[in-house]
Design a protein around this ligand. Sequence first.
Ligand SMILES: O=C(O)CCC(=O)C(=O)O
Length: 236
Amino acid sequence: MISTVSCPAQSGSHTVNLCDRYCREFITSAEEDGLDQLLSDGPWLRHIKSRAQQFFGLVYYETTHELPALQPSHPHAENEARPLQDVPDWLMQRVFATGVFPRNEVNQVAANEYLDRAGISSHVEEPTSFGPNLATLSMLSPVEMTLTPAEEDLHGRDGLDHGNWVKILLEPRSLLLLQGESRYGFRHGIRRSKLVRLADGQQLRRGPGYRRVSLTFRELLPSRRQLAVGASGRPT
Ligand SMILES: O=C(O)CCC(=O)C(=O)O
């Protein structure tokens, strides 16, 4: 089921082995429509500026500062989370069938909605917060994900155009798996670029009307930041 892209991909002096890590047409267009409909039942959370988010299972988003709404301890988590069972069973089973989660250990499916030129800062998923395996399902519009060697200096928040990266085209309905070197040895992120280079050589311009939604499957660890939330919404 899993197909191969640019294998191994080259980044400056680095290579990242993407063999068996990227699957085109992991879901059908009808399934994509159904999942978009499921997400439209919301609620979309707007705790961060760049993207709307929705959580199935545990609520958690990694930030450098304390953000109780997105790093809650139970029972507050249940207020904003949707049950993991709301994610269709056919999708969970298909993700598990890739073998990326050997213990079916997913306890969070996080939806992100990217409008216009929204992106996500380059990051390595914090090892004390997240398990070793990640999978991301892309929907509705393509985007390029940038994998940068973890030791590369980012030169600030948006990153200088140092070029020492691997760009992976994430097509609608594709699944990307990150584990091992691609999960720990590289940061991943989505830049606020205007143009997306497509497989046929054409370019898609991002701007008003652009919408991409992703579903990221992860295991959250008990050692993640867990904040008790008081009535004020502030940590107690
Ligand atoms: O939208 C994506 O495909 C990636 C999401 C991501 O990197 C994250 O939630 O940490």
